[in-house]
Design a protein around this ligand. Sequence first.
Ligand code: DX5
Ligand code: ZN
Length: 215
Amino acid sequence: MAIIAPSLLAADFLQLGNACEMLNKSDAEYFHLDVMDGVFVPNISYGLPIIEQIRKATTKICDVHLMIVEPEKYIAAFKKAGADILTVHQEACPHLHSTLQQIKAQGMKAGVALNPATPVSVLKDVIKDIDLVCIMSVNPGFGGQKFIEHTYDKVRALKQIITEAGASTLIEIDGGVTEHNAAALVQAGADVLVAGTTVFKALDPIQMIATLKTL
Ligand code: DX5
Ligand code: ZN
């Protein structure tokens, strides 16, 4: 069974309290929070004050996905805001090993996200230092995009790297996850499924989360 991480990006921002209440009642384990800076990605989402409020209202693990340049500058700030897992992009971190250690030193789990064009092999030498790898299955920046099929190959290749290293890194898939590809992703080796549109635009989000979880 996969860990489900509904993404706030697809929620009604005037009803964030309702989104938290719904999620608290659901089988989702994580709340996926996308932070965009308009530099690393061509979009701007929300930041620290929103996460701080979400933290107070949710009982779930706050899985914060930073799509920002120089994320190492904000590690302490996101810890203070309530992040449990802090994911940085490999493409934004020239000193990735150091950044991962800094995240862990703050008492958070350390995640690394990879853009669709970045091969999983770049993480070989640091795989044991990573708690979660977020494979982007769309180009980061927007919700509601079409799933990139090459993702399955990346999941299988990453699973092999993790197994060979004897690491316990979780594989998270982010972008275009639906009830139609969830089972195949889990079969390929995915542990965590992020779902924005699929959950928040569903007629019954709680039921959709339960469906994704058991597929
Ligand atoms: C995209 C974000 C995703 C996004 C996924 O840059 O990282 O987390 O919210 O949205 P869906 O599930 O709608 O593709
Ligand atoms: Zn994300």
